[in-house]
Design a protein around this ligand. Structure first.
Ligand code: ACO
Length: 354
């Protein structure tokens, strides 16, 4: 039997920040409202494109694995904010990391994108179609924000994370998964005025994220908890067996409600939304990297991950970690220097919306 072991991991969180205080200079909100309703204190703003964020995360994951880009057969990039649609942004990453022999494809399942892509790459490795894959999630969500509207302006951030998978006879990696899509309610979370349905665009409005927060909140808790239950039973595991839950970071209260539903103590739940906000597909690989940096993932840890996003897509995955929890090579991959503040980077976008 062949498995797809995770042998490398890396994240790229751009340096410029946008604090709740910064946002309250743009829209009518307060740090108190944002912190208590969402758990977010700050988020990162990218001064480079999604492709560059993805490239640095992928290079760090390759160094962590101690392999070169040329060893990779498949590049999957989960994103709903690609630098370019055609050519796909994965092809840019493939070029930048030197994975010249690899297939390269973008995957769009919004916030569930990383788990969808991980499932896809794992299945290809387990079927013997490829030997090594890099799975990346990278987003520049702040470019979809309408800076005239306080409801969405406070929620999102930019960032990227990646893992490297390798075919192995050892039973590690993604071992059970459940993905789905409740398309009957796809309208409750969408980006308007974006895409080729030009006849449906409203030229009086900007392109921005529209959502019914309360409905999404309830569906996210139910959808992610049920998917986790399904995955546990597929893997023949009990909740007590799970060492770490890495949930999508959309709202601290959603994460707490899932933890309560699954009866998991706080020390078994990875939370970093306070620093990054909702980076869509990138929240899970960024949180995975930070759980490793903080020593929360140990050799052979049982990890559960769950996500919910536009579509309405959802996913849960059980990952059994391997032996190694530290990088083989400390990566030197860096973004170009950023000389602007978060507010300076977003200044034109903010002016456009007001
Ligand atoms: N600052 C101050 N007040 C605000 C803000 C803000 N940024 N946003 C909304 N309010 C006000 C509203 O105007 C409303 O005022 P009113 O009572 O006078 O009418 C009040 O706060 C409550 O607004 P709600 O929208 O009902 O607030 P809620 O408690 O539902 O929190 C939130 C909103 C954070 C979006 C929550 O519903 C949520 O987390 N939903 C799920 C996540 C989500 O939808 N994310 C976006 C999609 S991406 C995804 O990851 C799936």
């Amino acid at each position: 039997m062949q498995y797809a072991k995770i042998i490398g991991w890396g994240k790229c969180t751009p340096p410029a920040t946008l604090s709740n205080e910064d946002i309250s200079t743009v829209v009518d909100t307060t740090d108190e409202w944002i912190s208590t309703r969402t758990g977010i204190k700050s988020r990162r703003v990218s001064h480079v494109g999604t492709g560059e964020l993805a490239t640095v995360a992928a290079k760090r994951a390759l160094d962590c694995a101690g392999i070169a880009g040329e060893d990779i057969d498949l590049v999957l990039l989960a994103t709903c904010t690609p630098s370019t649609l055609v050519a796909n942004t994965a092809s840019y990453v493939q070029q930048q990391i030197g994975a010249t022999g690899a297939a390269a494809c973008d995957v769009n399942a919004a916030c569930s994108g990383f788990l969808y892509a991980l499932q896809n790459a794992t299945a290809q490795i387990r079927a013997g179609m490829v030997k090594r894959a890099v799975v990346i999630a990278a987003e520049r969500m702040l470019w979809h924000v309408n800076w005239a509207k306080r409801d969405s302006a406070v929620l999102f951030g930019d960032g990227a994370g990646a893992v490297v998978l390798e075919a192995s006879s050892e039973e590690f990696g993604l071992l059970a998964t459940k993905t789905g899509c409740d398309s009957e309610d796809r309208e409750i979370l969408h980006i308007r005025n974006f895409g080729t349905d030009i006849d449906k665009h409203d030229s009086a409005q900007p392109s921005d994220i529209l959502f019914q927060g309360k409905d999404i909140f309830k569906r996210a808790v139910k959808g992610m908890s049920e998917a986790c239950d399904d995955v546990l039973s597929q893997a023949n595991l009990a909740l007590e067996d799970i060492d770490m839950l890495i949930p999508h970071q959309a709202n601290l209260r959603i994460i707490q409600a899932i933890a309560k539903q699954l009866q998991l103590n706080d020390d078994k739940v990875m939370v970093n939304i306070q620093h990054y906000g909702n980076t869509s597909a990138a929240t899970i690989p960024i949180a995975l990297c930070e759980a490793l940096e903080q020593g929360k993932i140990k050799p052979h840890s049982h990890i559960m991950s769950a996500a919910f996003g536009a579509g309405l897509t959802w996913a849960a995955s059980y990952i059994k970690w391997g032996e190694r929890v530290t990088p083989i090579i400390e990566s030197k991959a860096e973004l170009p220097e950023c000389k602007q503040t978060g507010l300076e980077i977003m200044a034109d976008a903010i002016k456009y919306c007001q």
